[in-house]
Each structure stands twice: as structure tokens, then as C-alpha cells.
Design a protein around this ligand. Structure first.
Ligand code: AN7
Length: 371
């Protein structure tokens, strides 16, 4: 027997508030909308004010307003879900039975989740030993076939492109245009939340899908008169994996920020266009600078992102320190692309070990140093 519980939201009203990015922005997401969206209600992520971090990054040289677009709040813990809802929905509309991608981890976890929801087979290629534990855990849990390759992301991307040409399997890397259609909604959300475009948008750059998608989104709102300005874009690459900064393919990319360990970005030209049109900057930040920003945002703001996500913040710190980035009086949005819990090993390795004590109150009180 069932009984009516008053005050409990029905499944319909519980989801009606935010229906996911395809439905919320249905007039703008250009995919075949002939099937119901495959969605985990992604998007609508918080834009967190970060005044203490802004003071620290300003280093006494600039006072500015900083917001963190916390993309870790997406269902699989990264911004990739925005693009994946679109790519998997398109794949279903196209009648695909299986999808494939190469990934440094987050795309793999996201593809696996949305494929699971759509009932599609999912195959992911990841660089052996160079993917954070939480991403592997996700991809495996969602039931993807995970293949580790003795090579890097760029090798994997080359292989899955060819596989999708030769076998009946849909490619869901960000060379798939549906991915950008979903990911551009983050730019819409920023403008919708602030009522205007920010002066600067800072973000990490790996395969360059996200920088391309943000620029697409801001440009679309700009062309339609929804915003009268577009932000200047600050891209950050890891120093050991900075092909766009150096203007050449990096054959053996290295960085602790494994998400952006990419030497030959697929959306390289589009990234250059975004940087050019926005009068932006792209810079390389060392692993030490990335880790410093990664710890700083957690300690000053209580916001835990993965190392790669902190590259944009590190780029801001570097630009202000070196004097080529004038943020004074500006409004800045920094995109935190993935969750800190994705990479517990880096978090724990860089921190002081917990102290172990006997379960006695005197042992505890002896350790307290309260002011
Ligand atoms: C946390 O998952 O490329 O420049 O295969 O996971 O759009 O590639 C991840 C990239 C930034 C870079 N931050 O974005 C993958 C993958 C995080 C990421 C990026 C990635 P793009």
C-alpha cells in the first residue's frame, strides 16, 4: 500500500528547478534534440565569491573582485559533464550503440557516467599510471571498459580518432562539436549570475576545448546583445605541458597536474582565436606555482579543487607578480574545473601527516594550541 506523504517533493518538482544544461538552454544548445536529453542535471554550478584569495593573489599590487566558478559541483565532479550531456544525447539521437574517448581522467569518468545512463557501451583510453585515483574509480564504477595505454593523452586521442573512423563507435572527445555546445553553457551561467560578463576569465588549458567553449558562449551572448562586453581570457598551461605558450607540440608533456598533461591540443587554433579576439594572455605555470595556488584556495576559501584547476589562479598570481596582468578594479571569474577529491594522492602527499594519539583526553588536550 502506498500513502501520501505531504511536504515531500514529487520527482517532478524536485527536478523542475534545474533541468540540466540542455533543457535550461534549449534554444542555444545546437544538437539534434530529437530524443530526451541524457542528463544528470549538470550545470547551475556555484559562482563563489573569494575575497581572501583575491587579496592574496593581488599581492598588495591590485584590489579586485574574484569569483570561483566551481565546476566540481557537477555530477561527476568536473566541467566535462556539461559537454558530455550534449555529446551522449547526440550519440543517442544518431543511433550510436557505443562511445569512445581518450582522456586524462575527467572526460573518461564523465563519458562513462552519461553512457551508463543512456545504456551505451563506453570505452576509454587513459595514459597508464598518469590518471588520478578518483577519476579511475569513477570510470570503473560507471562500468566503462578502461584501457590503459603505454603512451600519453595525445597518443590516445590519435588512436580513438582512427577507431571512430574504422569502427561503429562515436567519438566523444571535445573535437566532437556537441561537446562545445554543452560546455559553452558555463559562459551563459556566468553572465546570467553576474548580470554582465566579467572583465577577465581565468582557466586552465589542456586540450583547449573549454577555452574554446567559453569563448563561443560569451560571443553568442555578445552577438545577441545579452552582454555588451566579453571578458579578456587568461589561459594557463603547466610549464612542462605548454604547447600553446611555446608555439610547438610538446612530445613528452609532464606535470603533476595530470588533467592538463597534453602536448598537442586538438582545439589549438580555436584557443589562439579566443586569446586574440579577447585581447587575452596565455602563460605557463610551474608545478610548484600550481600546487601553491591549489593549497591557497583551499585554505583561504574552503574550496578544494584538483591541481589542474588551480593553474588559472597560479597564472593570475604570476601575471600580477610579473606586472603584465593589471587586475586592479577588475571583476575576475576563475574556473575551477574539477574537484580536489579526484586526486587524493596529491592532496595527501603535500600535507603534514596526521598525528596519531592514544584515545585519552590528556593526549588530546596536550596537542591543542588554541589562542
Ligand atoms: C580538471 O579529461 O582533457 O583545455 O581528458 O580535467 O578543455 O582540455 C581534461 C582536461 C582542465 C583542461 N581542468 O580542459 C580529459 C581532459 C581539468 C581537466 C582541463 C581538464 P581542456
Amino acid at each position: 500500500a502506498s500513502r501520501k506523504i505531504t511536504g515531500m517533493p514529487s520527482p517532478l518538482t524536485a527536478t523542475a528547478a534545474w533541468p540540466g544544461v540542455i533543457t535550461h538552454y534549449r534554444d542555444r544548445v545546437q544538437i539534434t534534440q530529437s530524443v530526451a536529453p541524457v542528463t544528470l542535471l549538470e550545470g547551475n554550478t556555484p559562482l563563489i565569491p573569494a575575497p581572501a584569495l583575491a587579496r592574496a593573489l593581488g599581492q598588495g599590487k591590485a584590489e579586485f573582485e574574484l569569483f570561483l566558478k566551481f565546476e566540481a559541483s557537477n555530477p561527476t565532479g568536473s566541467f566535462k559533464d556539461r559537454g558530455m550531456t550534449a555529446a551522449i544525447t547526440q550519440a543517442v539521437a544518431d543511433g550510436a550503440k557505443a562511445v569512445i574517448c581518450a582522456s586524462t581522467g575527467n572526460t573518461a569518468a564523465s563519458a562513462a557516467a552519461y553512457a551508463a545512463r543512456a545504456g551505451l557501451q563506453c570505452v576509454v583510453l587513459v595514459p597508464d599510471g598518469k590518471i588520478a585515483a578518483g577519476k579511475l574509480a569513477g570510470a570503473l564504477s560507471y562500468g566503462a571498459q578502461v584501457i590503459a595505454i603505454n603512451g600519453n593523452f595525445d597518443d590516445g586521442l590519435r588512436m580513438v580518432r582512427e577507431a571512430a573512423e574504422r569502427a561503429p563507435i562515436a567519438l566523444v572527445n571535445s573535437i566532437n562539436p556537441a561537446r562545445l555546445q554543452g560546455q559553452k553553457t558555463a559562459a551563459f551561467e556566468v553572465v546570467d549570475a553576474l548580470g554582465a560578463a566579467p572583465d577577465w576569465l581565468a582557466l586552465p588549458v589542456g586540450n583547449a576545448g573549454n577555452i574554446t567553449a567559453y569563448w563561443l558562449g560569451f560571443t553568442e551572448y555578445f552577438n545577441d546583445g545579452i552582454t555588451s562586453t566579453r571578458p579578456r581570457v587568461l589561459g594557463a598551461q603547466a610549464a612542462g605541458s605548454a604547447p600553446i605558450v611555446h608555439g610547438r607540440v610538446i612530445e613528452k608533456p609532464e606535470t603533476i597536474a595530470t588533467a592538463i598533461r597534453i602536448g598537442n591540443p586538438a582545439r589549438w587554433n580555436e584557443a589562439l582565436l579566443a586569446l586574440d579576439e579577447s585581447d587575452g594572455e596565455i602563460t605557463a605555470v610551474s608545478d610548484a606555482e600550481i600546487l601553491a595556488a591549489y593549497r591557497q584556495v583551499a585554505r583561504l576559501e574552503g574550496v578544494f579543487c584538483e591541481p589542474s584547476s588551480a593553474a588559472g589562479l597560479a597564472g593570475m598570481a604570476k601575471g600580477v607578480r610579473e606586472g603584465w596582468l593589471d587586475l586592479d578594479g577588475q571583476r575576475v571569474v576563475a574556473v575551477l574545473t574539477g574537484h580536489g577529491l579526484k586526486d587524493p594522492d596529491t592532496a595527501i602527499k603535500g600535507a603534514a601527516e596526521p598525528v596519531t594519539i592514544e584515545p585519552r583526553i590528556d593526549a588530546l588536550l596536550g596537542l591543542l594550541s588554541l589562542s
